[in-house]
Design a protein. Structure first.
Length: 251
């Protein structure tokens, strides 16, 4: 099991304050990694949960709707820990409206954080990996809508299709540098982003009827996959998007 051990590694996790980001940060810490959490809001709960595992936590407040904070986050990570080994690009938003009425602002806001920031964060961390000459692991967070069209979320669907695409492209370019870049596509997860769906009795029932596992996913369900993709256990896995969906895509 030593191939899953992350002792001595440093992981940047965006959107680490709540939900999936918090769940993945805790899982990486439990596997031995120190955590740099990036979020727009207070991360006190995540900090406490990470430190409970015996690992160190650095919280950075940043708004990733813009690419401006990215290099500073990498620099602060290296200044604090000396290196970076893992990036989890989890920050993202969703806007819902019929395509016929969808606004340019709702398009731009979602695309900026869900795909533009993801790409340039990958680039900044890969440059640091090359500088360190260590290689490293990048895990992007895709979606069921990387595979499907969905309804009423045009910019989200476009952005998550893009996440799967650039994950493949970057793997093609960076695998030779010992950089593994893969993605996780969560299914329907019980997070803030899906609160409206879960509150809609009819839509909630329709979703659960299609999930073979018959439940919404939890942040803890991403723990095993993110540790695998962040560890040496996945050294020959590159450019792949792993669905963690309770069987949704199999139905």
């Amino acid at each position: 099991m030593n191939s899953f051990d992350l002792t001595g590694k440093v992981a940047i996790v965006t959107g680490a304050g709540t939900g999936l980001g918090q769940g993945m940060a805790i899982a990486l810490a439990e596997a031995g990694a120190d955590i740099v959490g990036v979020a727009r809001r207070n991360q006190l709960e995540t900090e406490q949960l990470v430190e409970k595992t015996g690992r160190k936590f650095l919280g950075i407040t940043a708004d990733l709707l813009s690419t401006e904070p990215i290099q500073g986050i990498v620099d602060q990570t290296v200044a604090t820990f000396g290196h970076v080994d893992i990036l989890v690009n989890n920050s993202g938003i969703i806007r819902r409206n019929d395509a016929i009425d969808f606004t340019e602002k709702d398009w731009d806001d979602v695309m900026n954080i869900n795909i533009k920031t993801v790409f340039f964060f990958c680039q900044a961390v890969a440059r640091q990996f090359l500088k360190q000459k260590t290689g490293g692991k990048i895990i992007n967070i895709a979606s069921m809508l990387s595979f499907q069209g969905g309804i009423r979320v045009p910019s989200y669907t476009a952005s998550k299709g893009g996440v799967m695409g650039i994950t493949r492209l970057l793997a093609n370019e960076w695998a030779k540098h010992n950089i593994n870049i893969n993605a996780i596509a969560p299914g329907y997860m019980a997070t803030d982003n899906t609160a409206a769906l879960r509150a809609d009795e009819k839509r909630n029932a329709e979703i659960l009827d299609r999930i073979p596992a018959a439940r919404w996913g939890l942040p803890s369900d991403l723990g095993g996959p993110v540790v695998f993709l962040a560890s040496s256990a996945s050294d020959y896995v590159n450019g792949y998007t792993v669905a963690v969906d309770g069987g949704w895509l199999a139905r």
